[in-house]
Design a protein around this ligand. Structure first.
Ligand code: PMP
Length: 385
């Protein structure tokens, strides 16, 4: 596989060396962290070290971190009507989620479907703040969930501003920071989030670990009931090795993301410039607003993303499309639908996402592959004309 180049970091990132070492070390732990004997205390120490490392990544306190099986579980755990906010039991009557959220948030968690409302976004993919204010007036105690950056477009949401609006209306804010933690500054206090979700495998940790970070607000009841692990928020023996790898990845990401961000932005910008040069009709979604430094989401009219992904793959390039094919039917990206994207562009949406090991030569390979895909498209269009 060394001959291949990987541009699907928003789906998952390769394991960092530090995370691999931590996972391997923790696999030799012989007890569960709940046991009181020395072996149990050793396992507990591994988990608590990771908790501090994960907390540090988002400037939280270790005691605010609850480990889960991933971001999906953390999102569903957070989205519950029954919360304890600053020691007081409250019931949220409505859940507002942006229309571009990950499916785990769009599912509404433990809210009844009729209590869940989707917030519109602008054509740039930014949450419509006027619509948010109007929506909040329709609830007594609203819970709002908005992602820090979108996984398809990379568009960064004005979370601090959203937090101020939500809190002013007497509501609470959950933020899915899966795509920003370890990539750009993601400080829970600066964001103003009451609850924050992050995932291990997006920052170079192993798959199957995540965290809900709770600042003064917590679910009143666990999602998984059983043993009292994770202060009663998440029953079940902790995946000590996955958590150890998550912690090590968080520490590595925290100390290196600033340098990586500048480098990735330069590589991404070079790709976009040359893409426009080869295909002037190319449209980059969300290009006019702040975006993650590693993400390009683009399309050209007439392109079919599903075939383009296969063609890139045959050329040694792994990337992803905005549309998904299931049971022979192609479904368009809900993100592009929410952005009211040109219907001529949506079926061809391709996502290129970079990471800390992406090199200049990888971009060269990507551009060569794109020229082939674009040439094949032109040929097909000429044939059809
Ligand atoms: N939220 C966002 C924004 C994501 O991109 C993803 C992963 N695609 C998730 C949540 C779910 O993460 P996990 O795979 O850890 O459940």
């Amino acid at each position: 596989m060394s001959d291949r180049v990987y541009f699907d970091w928003n789906a998952t990132a390769p394991l960092r060396a530090e995370a691999r070492a931590a996972v391997l070390g923790a696999l030799d732990v012989v007890a569960t962290p709940s046991s009181v004997h020395s072996e149990g205390r050793a396992a507990r120490a591994v988990v608590e070290r990771a908790r501090s490392q994960v907390a540090a990544l988002v400037d939280a306190e270790a005691k605010e971190v609850v480990f889960t099986s991933g971001a999906t579980e953390a999102n569903v755990l957070a989205l519950t009507p029954d919360l304890v906010a600053r020691g007081r039991q409250i019931t949220c009557d409505r859940l507002f989620v942006s229309a571009i959220e990950h499916s785990s948030v769009l599912s509404g968690g433990r809210f009844a479907p009729e209590q869940v409302e989707r917030l519109p976004v602008t054509t740039d993919g930014v949450v419509d703040l006027a619509a948010l204010k109007a929506a909040l007036a329709r609830a007594t105690t609203p819970l709002v969930s908005v992602m820090h950056a979108n996984n398809e477009t990379g568009v960064i949401q004005p979370i601090a501003e959203i937090a101020a609006i939500v809190h002013e209306a007497g509501g609470l804010l959950h933020v899915d920071a899966v795509q920003t933690a370890g990539r750009i500054a993601c400080d829970i206090a600066a964001l103003g989030a009451d609850m924050l979700t992050i995932s291990s495998h997006k920052i170079g940790g192993p798959q199957g670990a995540g965290a809900l970070i709770m600042r003064g607000v917590q679910p009143a009841a666990a999602l998984l009931k059983g043993g009292g692990q994770e202060r009663g928020f998440r029953a079940g023996t902790e995946s000590v090795a996955a958590i150890a790898g998550f912690g090590a990845a968080a520490e590595a990401a925290a100390s290196s993301y600033e340098a990586s961000a500048d480098r990735m932005a330069a590589l991404r910008d070079r790709f976009e410039t040359l893409l426009k040069h080869t295909s002037p009709e190319a449209v980059v979604f969300g290009a006019q607003v702040p975006r993650l430094p590693n993400t390009t989401y683009f399309s050209v009219p007439g392109l079919k993303a599903e075939t383009a992904v296969i063609s890139f793959d045959l050329n040694g390039v792994a990337l992803s499309s905005g549309s998904a094919c299931s049971s022979g039917k192609v479904t368009q990206s809900h993100v592009l639908t929410a952005m009211a994207a040109d219907p001529a562009l949506s079926p061809g949406a391709l996502r290129v996402s970079l990471g800390w090991t992406t090199a200049e030569t990888d971009i060269d390979r990507l551009l060569i592959a794109w020229k082939r895909v674009a040439a094949a498209l032109l040929k097909r269009q000429a044939h059809a004309a």
